[in-house]
Design a protein. Sequence first.
Length: 344
Amino acid sequence: MVGAVLVKDGRIIGEGWHRRHGALHAEAEAVKAALDQGISPEAADLYCTLEPCCFTAPEKHQPPCTGLITKHGIKRVYIANLDPNPKVSGKGVDILTKAGITVSTGLCAAMGEDLNRAFFTFHRLHRPYIHLKMAQTLDGRIAAPDGSSRWITDEAARRMVHRLRACYDAVLVGSGTALADDPELTVRLVKGRNPHRIILDSHLALPLTAKVLSALEPEKNIIIHSDDADERKAGELRSFGVKLIPVKKDHGKIGISLHEVLKALAELRIQSVLVEGGARVYSSFLREGLWDRLWLFTAPIMIGGGVSAVADLGLTSMGEALRFNGTFRHVAQQTLFEADRVDA
């Protein structure tokens, strides 16, 4: 997410932001806005959230912004964050500096980090940014004894989650959730784009009648399974347009290696994933330390039994407990706990 502002003689002469893949970059939009008003960007100051790009590639539809900046005689550039993409990563600053442009970095850096946390995580850790979204009862259950979980939260919370889905590249559930809830995993309660829909299904147990298979944009369906799954069933699923990804078997709770799952998703250029269930999947991400943000909704209901929100984490003492430094807020009738992972 990149924004840019051009300032000249103490006033803003152009603003821009990168609206979508393939569209004008933020810097180019800001320059165009100034030129459309008949104002030259020469000797102006440019403020941008991310280091201007400096390379060409087949996947890029726009030219490098460093060339645009030097061409129009911009005098100073203020950058919130350097780009962690190795194709840029300081090279953009070097090009501008060698062109005689004064460059300052770190302006509002913390805000920039928060804005682009998925992008930064993807390039720094070579895996998608992982956001765990959980919803539980007051007594810590995510499903009743019969497996039903609709609805623990009210419509206000569900609308919030649909809005969140639209912000992520993909939403992910385990086969247990897919079988019990038969979810569509689409954005319906708000306006927004549908994410990729990922199901961890080591044995390809998903029935061909599952709602997710008949959802819009079938090419966004991805099933990740163990490399010894039934090939006949795999062929049937492919006939629905599903992308199947085999990964190594794992003797853990979900039957496949999460590290291999995230590696495969990174190869697909999926930068952010919203994990929506179930307990074994949540627990696997927590146990492996493969998460970045946690949302836990707690609804004012009790069922006295059923499926616990978190399964075995492999811990044996209170001293090993996972501890979170987060905040609480109310969402209609629910309490929402939010926390970011902080490495020791």
